[in-house]
Design a protein around this ligand. Structure first.
Ligand code: GLU
Length: 352
């Protein structure tokens, strides 16, 4: 064979190989898409059926509105970063967001004021104590662990301190900022549940005490009572499991809502929010959650849980019965089952 012939043969082989690889990749993509879609829907249906009979736990009793929630309701949704939606059960049933809102207010403040403000003024370390602990403020104020008194943005003290950093001249302007950001995460306007708000305003003396204590340590950055009002509103907007999945998928997608395609926060803010969720998202049992599930998550005493698989998808679950730490019992079981079935644990070398 002369040189020219060898060159022609090599070119032919390269082109053939490129064609075959391209063809087989697109064939795999075509086959993979429906398979993955079927797997996700099948998995959430299995999680729904498997844990539907679970009756463990109790509705939050310290907020009158939540005590009377219908504990039979149970819904699961998944939203992927390419905007696909999967749901089962009561995924469209509205319930109060409660503590899950803390991550979206955190995102609002991080985006507008920067990470350094949260690090210096609120902190990002786990407290190891219940979400509404006054003792944690005292311990942190003594600089045990070197955190600011508020602890982190996902316990009440830190969420109240974070609310005091929301931009706006009046409480109404600040509330608009909080609700607008949360609505952009959800992809549609969210609304205050007036009954929940009134119910919590009539029974939030403990949070008022937290705000005043923070104020006494110069660790609150706006008027205490006005801030508690804002914080209480933030806990009182309604969401459903599909909203939580969409909001989580926005974090999974670097801050752009995968259903509206609109940017809400930047990728740095998303990563910071997910880090704080991994540290403190499930109250004082966050370590156990991360150990078992391997995903950043956030729960609320309204019965919602959101869990995020960065770069891939988010899971939203609603079921009102809680464990003693304040996390939805069925919600945790469902997310753990789904994370295992989809190979989603971010610490696993087998993660898909
Ligand atoms: N509004 C509730 C409170 O401040 C929220 C608690 C929660 O979901 O953790 O006590």
């Amino acid at each position: 064979m002369n040189k020219k012939k060898i060159l022609q043969l090599c070119t032919f082989l390269v082109l053939t190989n490129t064609f075959l690889t391209t063809f087989s990749n697109s064939a795999t993509a075509r086959e993979k898409a429906p398979t993955q879609t079927t797997l996700i829907q099948k998995t959430i249906e299995q999680a729904y059926t498997k844990f539907k009979p679970v009756q463990d736990g109790q509705n939050a009793s310290y907020i009158p509105y939540l005590a009377k929630a219908d504990s039979a309701l149970y819904g699961i949704a998944i939203v992927t970063v390419d905007g696909q939606v999967f749901k089962v059960g009561n995924a469209d049933h509205n319930f109060p967001v409660e503590s899950v809102s803390k991550i979206f207010t955190l995102a609002d403040v991080l985006q507008k004021k920067g990470a350094d403000t949260i690090l210096r003024k609120v902190g990002v370390n786990a407290t190891g104590l219940p979400f509404n602990s006054v003792l944690a403020i005292e311990l942190n104020n003594d600089k045990l662990g070197g955190s600011p008194p508020a602890g982190n943005p996902l316990v009440n003290a830190g969420a109240i301190a974070t609310a005091s950093l929301v931009e706006g001249k009046t409480v109404e302007a600040k509330w608009k900022s909080v609700l607008d950001t949360a609505s952009a995460f959800a992809g549609h306007p969210l609304h205050l549940n007036e009954d929940v708000y009134q119910s919590e305003m009539a029974s939030n003396q403990h949070n008022q005490a937290i705000a005043i204590l923070l104020h006494s340590y110069d660790a609150l950055y706006a008027d205490p009572m006005e801030t508690v009002d804002l914080y209480t509103r933030e806990c009182s907007y309604d969401v459903n499991a599909l909203d939580l999945a969409t909001m989580g998928a926005t974090l999974a997608n670097g801050g752009t809502n995968p259903r509206t395609h609109l940017p809400v926060v930047n990728a740095t803010t998303s990563a910071h929010v997910l880090a704080v969720m991994a540290t403190a998202g499930l109250y004082n049992t966050t370590g156990e959650w991360l150990f078992k599930v391997g995903l950043p998550g956030k729960s609320g005493v309204g019965g919602g849980i959101v869990a995020v698989v960065p770069g891939k998808l988010a899971i939203g679950v609603y079921s009102s019965r809680l464990d003693t730490a304040g996390n939805s019992v069925r919600g945790q079981l469902a997310v753990q089952f789904i994370a295992e079935a989809l190979g989603a644990n971010i610490f696993s070398s087998k993660a898909q």
